[in-house]
Write a protein that binds this ligand. Structure first.
Ligand SMILES: C[S@@+](CC[C@H](N)C(=O)[O-])C[C@H]1O[C@@H](n2cnc3c(N)ncnc32)[C@H](O)[C@@H]1O
Length: 229
């Protein structure tokens, strides 16, 4: 199965892959970036990268430091980051190279079709979705990551006991994240910021640091994959 044919529409300007193909900024040529849609051999490299399992996956890492911090926090696990913005992917790849983070890879694009096509079920130790775009307008709600179909996909991708970590400073989106994930019978809520040492131990994203600096309240959730009841 390949993602090449996936007619995934959902981000500003329609298909993101189409948009990247027409970008005036040249594509990133780096060993730290996997581009299975355009570079010969990268489909196989991606499969090999995720094959050992225990992968830490970040969707929408934004500025690169959090992804690098995750890689330092989990030095023995494959760490895979998706981001739709080319400049931030380039920044992450340069940082990984500079810091010798050989177990980190970046993919430029909308994570969803790649996860469908190339990441096997049960291969994730954790998935981090930190301060996702809330897509305020009603007609854009279908672009949100936290919809039942995607929660179902993340559940399948996680190994038993694996974690879905989500944070947001948008109260209505926090409610939606909590209800959408807990509506899935295979997740339970293991912790929130105030009471969870596992959450507290994780690195902080750019947006989280800003919230802390400016005193903006935010919600954090650690959901854990349970066996299906
Ligand atoms: C609000 S920013 C948060 C960035 C970072 N996680 C933080 O906490 O500072 C959301 C990021 O997710 C990226 N993004 C949105 N949808 C995505 C998708 N489907 N796949 C990959 N990245 C996505 C956007 O480009 C943006 O950089």
């Amino acid at each position: 199965m390949g993602a090449r044919n996936a007619s995934h529409v959902g981000l500003v300007g329609g298909s993101l892959e189409e948009r990247l193909q027409h970008s005036r900024v040249p594509p990133i040529e780096s060993a730290w970036v996997l581009a299975p849609l355009r570079r010969e051999g990268d489909e196989e490299r991606l499969r090999e990268f995720v094959a050992p399992g225990g992968v830490h996956l970040e969707i929408g890492f934004g500025r690169s430091h959090h992804l690098a911090d995750l890689a330092r926090h989990f030095p023995d696990a494959p760490v895979l980051g998706f981001e739709t913005r080319r400049a931030w992917c380039r920044m992450a790849a340069r940082r990984a190279e500079r810091e010798g983070l050989s177990h980190l890879r970046v993919i430029e694009g909308d994570a969803r079709p790649y996860l469908d096509a190339w990441v096997p079920d049960g291969s994730l130790a954790a998935c981090y979705i930190l301060f996702p775009d809330p897509w305020w307008k009603k007609r854009h709600h279908k672009r949100r990551l936290f919809v039942p179909e995607f929660v179902e996909r993340i559940h399948a991708l996680l190994a038993p006991g694996g974690a879905l970590v989500a944070k947001t400073d948008v109260p209505a989106y926090a409610d939606l994240i909590e209800s959408t994930v807990l509506d899935h019978a295979g997740f339970s809520l293991a912790g929130t910021t105030a009471d969870d040492s596992a959450l507290e131990a994780l690195p902080r994203s750019h947006r989280e640091k800003k919230c802390l600096e400016l005193g903006i309240p935010y919600s954090a959730f650690r959901f854990v994959k349970e066996p299906l009841r």
